[in-house]
Design a protein around this ligand. Structure first.
Ligand code: ADP
Ligand code: GLC
Length: 478
């Protein structure tokens, strides 16, 4: 069976968060099940080196934004169909924003073109290639099933996966024309969302199946608190909605073979982590003599992640003899807040504001615990990396965090199944209480190591969810 994935991110080539990790890993996870997945991805500048060695499979005229080439290239084991459209994608900045951190003014055209190109591939634009399933990820790809249905096609069947419902791709109705969307479909049961065009809503309304990235989040988005205005549509379509937990790439995230770590280790050689911790201290200016736990954060700095609450708990964390290493970038207020916290607590709090893949591995490989106080979290990957690396996750009880971490309560400790710490109240107080529990347990190394080993045993790979996607695709194909 052939699956055509469509996404704006795909690790290691183009990534701003977990979406990239998932799209980069899923094709490889599906392959052993006999599913051939290809990923339609914009040719951002980082992918230009792949173009000359690739194979041009089609030229598409009349896309939003003009003409494009589809170039097949295989790299890092991922079969890519690159959308070569320099007029839209040859830009400085991030995948979505210019160098002043402003969204590109033509993002609707950029991702409308991506979605339409995918739909047209499904309609036969590449000779000899007919996908059985169109699988679109997040708002940037969500118009793909819409274009397919607009062309009167019922096949291939389509799946839209919601990685984050907070981002919906909402634009003025004037964009309908340039996107080639049928104006008759602009109504509340179709593409319209409160007077605007919503890419995500449109995709959710017209696809055959909807998935999101954890069972708990699949329930949460049916409520006004988490549905971000789309709960009504999702409730109406709940019979085709399911939650499939993300996995991780077990080769890229493997403490025993991680070249970003000064010292590799496994569950039998946890002492070796000390060397990695020492390297974190050097890199982030932390006191190497600290004998409390070293907490880390690896995150986009946005309100979703609850890190404003962490800023409020920093004095308590330091008072309890713990240390904190922060890697993140995002909202200027939070960036400033963590820089200030590092200045206020020299040797105890260190931060690197920016994006650094290698440093994210080092923090997982040398910290004792990773803090994830999210207000909502569709799945979350950093707690999964934490489990694999024996960096105990300290997480809010929400979405995929609730589905993947077993709290060190009395019962779980007695049964030796605890893998981390789960708390309910995302506030400075709530976090301080969670930090207290971590510091207390860390004081008994024997118990701490038991938790680390249980965490490292917890299955975080793709096997079970890859099978879940395979079953879903099978249900959709005759
Ligand atoms: P989200 O997709 O909401 O950002 P996830 O936990 O699913 O959250 O995925 C985040 C991914 O991005 C992880 O791979 C994490 O390691 C990575 N990441 C986040 N911020 C940074 C950063 N500043 N530097 C390096 N990697 C980061
Ligand atoms: C999103 C979510 C995150 C999830 C990731 C990959 O960005 O915020 O929770 O892990 O997508 O599915």
């Amino acid at each position: 069976m052939d699956i055509l994935m469509v996404a704006s991110e795909c690790a290691p080539f183009a990534k701003t968060g977990g979406l990239g990790d998932v799209v980069g890993a899923l094709p490889g996870a599906l392959a052993p099940l006999g599913l051939r997945a290809r990923v339609v991805l914009p040719a951002y500048p980082g992918l230009f080196p792949l173009l000359p060695g690739g194979t041009e499979l089609a030229r598409l005229g009349g896309l939003p934004g003009g003409e494009a080439r589809i170039v097949a290239a295989e790299a890092e084991g991922v079969p890519l169909l690159l959308l070569d459209m320099p007029q839209l994608f040859d830009r400085a900045g991030t995948l979505y924003q210019d160098e002043q951190s402003q969204d590109f003014g033509d993002n609707h055209l950029r991702f409308g073109a991506l979605a339409q190109a995918a739909a047209r591939i499904c309609m036969g634009e590449i000779e000899g290639y007919q996908p059985n399933i169109l699988h679109a990820h997040d708002w940037q790809a969500a118009l793909a099933p819409v274009y397919l249905k607009m062309a009167g096609r019922d096949l291939p069947r389509s799946v839209v996966t919601i990685h984050n419902i907070a981002f919906q791709g909402r634009y003025s109705p004037d964009t309908m024309g340039p996107l080639g969307l049928n104006p008759d479909w602009f109504h509340p049961e179709g593409l319209e969302y409160h007077g605007d065009l919503s890419f995500l809503k449109a995709g959710l309304a017209f696809c055959d199946r909807i998935t999101t990235v954890s069972p708990t989040y699949a329930q949460e988005i049916l409520t006004p608190e988490f549905g971000m205005g789309l709960e009504g549509l999702l409730r109406a379509r709940s019979s085709v909605l399911s939650g499939l937990l993300n996995g991780i790439d077990m080769e890229v995230w493997d403490p025993a073979g991680d070249t970003a770590l000064p010292r590799a280790y496994d569950a039998r050689s946890l002492k070796r982590r000390a060397e990695n911790r020492a390297e974190i201290c050097t890199r982030l200016g932390l006191d190497p003599e600290g004998d409390g736990p070293l907490f880390c954060v690896v995150s986009r700095l946005t309100s979703q992640k609850g890190l404003d609450a962490l800023l409020g708990a920093v004095p308590h964390l330091v008072e309890r003899g713990a240390q904190l290493a922060v890697l993140g970038s995002g909202e200027p207020g939070l960036e400033h807040g963590f820089r200030q916290a590092a200045e206020a607590h020299p040797g105890r709090v260190g931060c690197f504001i920016g994006y650094d893949e290698a440093l994210s591995h080092l923090l997982q490989g040398g910290s004792d615990a990773i803090l994830i106080p999210s207000r909502f979290e569709p799945c979350g990957l950093t707690q999964l990396y934490g489990l694999r690396y024996g960096t105990l996750p300290v997480v809010a009880r929400t979405g995929g965090l609730a589905d993947t971490v077993i709290d060190a309560n009395v019962a779980a400790l007695a049964a030796e199944v605890a893998t981390g710490f789960v708390f309910d109240d995302v506030s400075a107080d709530g976090l301080s209480r969670a930090i207290d529990r971590v510091v207390d347990l860390y004081a008994t190394p024997r118990l701490w190591q038991k938790l680390q080993r249980a965490a490292m045993r917890h299955p975080v790979g793709w096997e079970s969810s890859a099978q879940g996607y395979a079953d879903l695709y099978a249900q959709l194909t005759p």
